[in-house]
Design a protein around this ligand. Structure first.
Ligand SMILES: *[C@@H]1O[C@H](CO)[C@@H](O)[C@H](O)[C@H]1NC(C)=O
Ligand SMILES: *[C@@H]1O[C@H](CO)[C@@H](O)[C@H](O)[C@H]1NC(C)=O
Ligand SMILES: *[C@@H]1O[C@H](CO)[C@@H](O)[C@H](O)[C@H]1NC(C)=O
Ligand SMILES: *[C@@H]1O[C@H](CO)[C@@H](O)[C@H](O)[C@H]1NC(C)=O
Length: 485
């Protein structure tokens, strides 16, 4: 396996980050206002008046009200995913120009962080034999949520990791957590609001934050209320962490009961005296227009001598495509909606997967999106159902930032009790399925010899991208579609 050079220098990265943000905003046609050329970060930092409020809040006067979460076994009504989608659609409908610009800016910051963390992910896990999936938006949202609860050095470091280093010790260059979290909700809203004309969305995206605490831990109300800016559903619940295996089981059972999602949140490696587990759960469901599920499972080659039999989707259409003859990979873009798409990246030689991942999943790599051009294509690919969890503490430690979520962290705006963070997790449940409708005219006309056959029957990479917020919602790698992620 090839190791990537560590990207631990924050400062140089942030300089190029600012230039790239301007570039990308311009490319996305969003940098219409001149203001963004003056300072793109003004969209997400505090102003004089919010600084005053912040100073008051930090001084703890009046004292923030607190509460202890209800026990995890208490009766809870199920999460209504439809209602949270409707709420996101409403959020998207109310966005003004500046809100959209802010969403795009936060989207770009999340992409940068997402690529860095993805790099750590693949280094930490080595060669992935199954599938792996990461949500840059959830990574950014989770760290921005902790930033909301952080003070002092913890806040400084989190702000730097989020890509907007705090330089002049002046509150007016502090990241405004509320602005960032609302922008993240806008990013989600922009994705699900598209293509809803027929009343049924092409895309579903649900974010639920689970805040699991030891029984006597007090959480600050303003913190939990702030999280609701980002996640439509926040579930604070208390349970006993002394037996971590039992605790993990209880959490998984609870989440399955309220959401219906079968995702696990592993607590292995956490300390038994932990008092907080923070997990951002994300469910994505994408319907591929005019694709159908093939009657028989098809062979997928895990390597050059092993195949597995997997359900596959197939569809014909005019898709954006590009084949890089020099670096030996192809990209096919399948639209979900006007601005959101699935990008499928296939190495020409299966053994090049790591190399191609290194070329495409990196900070300045969105360049390849610009090289795509339309082609008539018959595409066949696995029907994906992926589940994956990753621990941001592990990943940040790998990024040589061990102290940030370690023991000495200051989360006094989350709780002033003796807080010990056990795990900071993202758990992803990702589904791609066929949206079978009557074949359209264009589909039928495409039965011509010049139709290019693209078959993803070997390891590939994928991205869910939304241009309206310049956001990469998911980065994934499928070495074997049947293995648990
Ligand atoms: C400061 O930001 C807040 C929150 O975004 C906004 O409501 C307020 O109008 C801003 N104040 C100034 C002086 O720009
Ligand atoms: C912080 O920055 C603002 C505007 O950039 C300025 O007006 C203010 O005087 C600065 N405050 C301090 C303490 O430096
Ligand atoms: C199969 O793959 C392995 C390692 O990826 C390689 O060493 C071997 O030469 C390949 N065999 C063939 C027939 O291509
Ligand atoms: C791409 O494949 C060709 C052979 O088909 C090879 O000569 C070339 O070196 C490959 N390029 C890279 C960057 O590996």
């Amino acid at each position: 396996t090839q190791k990537r050079a560590p990207q631990s220098e924050m400062a140089p990265a942030s300089v190029s980050l600012r230039a790239t943000i301007l570039c990308l905003l311009a490319w996305a046609g969003l940098a219409a206002g001149d203001r963004v050329y003056i300072h793109p970060f003004h969209l997400v930092i505090h102003n004089e008046s919010t600084c005053e409020q912040l100073a008051k809040a930090n001084a703890g006067k009046p004292k923030d009200p607190t509460f202890t979460p209800v026990p995890i076994q208490a009766k809870t009504s199920p999460v209504d995913e439809k209602a949270s989608q409707d709420q996101l659609v409403l959020v998207a409908a109310k966005l003004d120009t500046e809100d959209k610009l802010r969403a795009a800016m936060v989207g770009i910051l999340a992409n940068f962080l997402g690529f860095r963390i993805y790099g750590m992910h693949s280094e930490l896990w080595g060669v992935v034999h199954g599938a792996t999936i990461l949500s840059p938006v959830a990574v950014f949202g989770t760290l921005a949520s902790l930033y909301l609860g952080a003070l002092d050095h913890t806040a400084d470091r989190l702000q730097a990791i989020l890509g907007v280093p705090w330089k002049d010790e002046n509150c007016t260059s502090r990241l405004d957590a509320h602005k960032v979290l609302s922008a993240l909700q806008a990013v989600q809203g922009l994705l699900v609001a598209q293509g809803r004309a027929d009343g049924q969305g092409q895309l579903l995206l649900s974010t639920v934050v689970g805040l699991f605490t030891a029984p006597d831990l007090h959480l600050k109300q303003p913190f939990v209320q702030g999280l609701a800016l980002y996640a439509p559903v926040v579930l604070p619940r208390s349970l006993d962490f002394t037996d971590l295996e039992v605790a993990a089981e209880k959490i998984d059972r609870f989440m399955q009961a309220v959401t219906g999602w079968k995702i696990s949140s592993p607590l292995m490696g956490a300390s038994a005296d932990s008092t907080l587990v923070f997990n951002t759960y994300v469910h994505f469901q994408g319907k591929m227009k005019d694709f159908s599920l093939l009657a028989e499972p098809q062979e997928f080659w895990v390597d050059n001598s092993t195949s597995v039999s997997v359900p596959m989707l197939s569809g014909v259409g005019t898709f954006q495509h590009w084949s890089d003859a020099q670096d030996n990979f192809s990209v096919t873009q399948v639209p979900f909606t006007e601005s959101a798409c699935l990008l499928l990246i296939q190495p020409h030689y299966a053994s090049d997967l790591d190399k191609v991942e290194g070329l495409t999943f990196q900070q300045n790599s969105l360049n390849w999106i610009k090289k795509l051009s339309p082609r008539a294509i018959h595409l066949t690919m696995p029907q994906l159902v992926l589940r994956g969890s990753y621990d941001l503490q592990d990943l940040l430690a790998q990024a040589e930032l061990p102290a940030i979520l370690g023991t000495e962290l200051n989360l006094q705006k989350l709780s002033t009790d003796n807080l010990r963070v056990g795990k900071v997790l993202n758990s992803i449940f990702f589904e791609l399925e066929a949206d079978e409708r009557e074949p359209t005219e264009s589909t039928r006309q495409l039965n011509r010899p010049e139709v290019l056959e693209v078959t993803l029957d070997r390891p590939f990479l994928f991205v869910v991208y939304d241009q309206s917020a310049t956001a990469l919602h998911f980065l994934g790698r499928v070495a074997n579609p049947l293995s648990p992620a």
